[in-house]
Design a binder for this molecule. Structure first.
Ligand code: ADP
Length: 363
């Protein structure tokens, strides 16, 4: 593991007596791109502004290379910050926009010119130097804004919803491009987004925040395969949740109003008989249950079977009126009753604090 360059320690921030950041801590490593992922209003921008020095925390510390910078003014931090609206200067051309930071820092003329060329090359915008900012497309503006942010060689790069103003197709394309550019830059980067797909595309690691806490930090695979709580699994799009009780621990069995489920391994967690748990049935490929299998199956009426390129998205109306979604290999007839097998390996389970929102558990 590379050395830690930034440490965020127990940051707290209240607005109008309501806690927004209750206790936020994480480390950022050299050259790591960390995506701060959370729903709108969860405090991502506030945390970023505190790290940048644009806002003061009520408590906690920010360390940069082991130095306490909690009270250091923004201009002394040498961090590059880019917002969603880009804030490019409309009366300047592309090169002048990019040159702005180095000029303010008193760089020599020829160094500025060389740096403008270099950053235009990094963001794949060679040949755009004399273009007027107003004539650029949304994606081009976004790349010029990135070039301007990195021009003065910041030690840390911070991007706040940098693709937020763009349409979905462009976001997908630029997300991939940004990932490659950030890799080449070799700069520690904090990237704020509310979009899971974008976070998983761009980030070496992802920190999910909500309710005032960093709920989980890990690489995208870890978070996707083992979301740390029922809330987090729902936030990642795994919305097939069933409440139940543990009836046996070896093998692990759970009884629910939709039937009984036998689960795969329970790693090092210690389930207790009678414990209330939330099951999350991952929307992975399902097969109809043809036999009389009594456990690990659910029945319902097909509400929708939607083509999705690599298969179908099946919407199943359960007897209790809920709708569950699964991936499916074939188109099904709407209105048909069906019984589906659920693979034990596709079931996540959460007990204790992991079941409910942290909001009521801590703080
Ligand atoms: P996110 O970036 O996750 O959408 P923000 O950090 O922008 O979240 O803000 C979260 C909430 O904090 C806002 O919805 C608002 O209620 C509150 N907030 C942020 N800044 C201020 C402020 N300067 N004064 C009062 N409340 C604020």
């Amino acid at each position: 593991m590379k050395a830690v360059c930034l440490s965020v320690r127990s940051i707290k921030k209240n607005y109008e007596n309501a806690p927004l950041l209750r206790d936020m801590s994480f480390d950022l490593h050299q050259n790591e791109t960390l995506c701060l992922l959370g729903p709108s209003g969860s405090g991502k921008s506030t945390l970023l502004r505190i790290i940048a020095g644009l806002e003061q925390a009520d408590a906690g510390q920010i360390l940069w290379q082991d130095q306490d910078i909690t009270s250091l003014p923004v201009e002394k931090r040498n961090f590059g910050l880019m917002f969603q609206d880009y804030a490019l200067f409309p009366h300047m051309n592309v090169a002048e926009n990019i040159a702005f930071g180095p000029r303010m820092q008193g760089w020599k003329k020829q160094d500025i010119a060389a740096r403008v060329d270099q950053t235009l090359h990094i963001v794949h915008m060679e040949g755009f130097a004399t273009r007027q900012v107003g004539d650029l497309s949304g994606g081009e503006k976004q790349r010029v804004a990135l070039a301007r942010t990195i021009a003065a060689k910041p030690a840390l790069l911070m991007l706040d919803e940098p693709l937020g103003a763009l349409d979905k197709a462009l976001r997908d394309q630029l997300g991939q491009e940004l990932r490659e550019i950030l890799k080449e830059l070799q700069l520690p980067t904090i990237y704020v987004t509310h979009d899971q797909e974008e976070a998983f595309t761009v980030g070496d690691s992802v920190a999910v925040l909500n309710f005032g806490y960093i709920l989980q930090k890990g690489n995208p695979e870890e978070i996707y395969s083992k979301p740390a709580s029922a809330w987090l699994s729902g936030f990642l799009g795994f919305t097939n949740h069933v409440e139940g009780k543990i009836t046996s621990t070896d093998p692990l069995k759970v009884s629910t109003h939709l039937g009984d489920f036998e689960l795969g391994s329970h790693d090092d967690r210690k389930p207790k008989p009678g414990e209330a748990v939330t099951l999350v049935l991952r929307p992975e490929s399902v097969q109809p249950e043809n036999g009389a299998g009594s456990s690990n199956s659910i029945t319902g009426v097909i509400k929708d079977s939607q083509f999705r390129g690599d298969g179908y998205r099946l919407s199943l109306l359960l007897e209790d009126g809920e709708i569950f979604h699964f991936r499916d290999l074939q188109r099904r007839t709407i209105g048909q009753h069906i019984k589906l097998k659920i693979d034990p390996a596709a079931i996540l389970w959460y007990g204790g604090d992991e079941r409910t929102n942290y909001d009521h558990q801590k703080g």
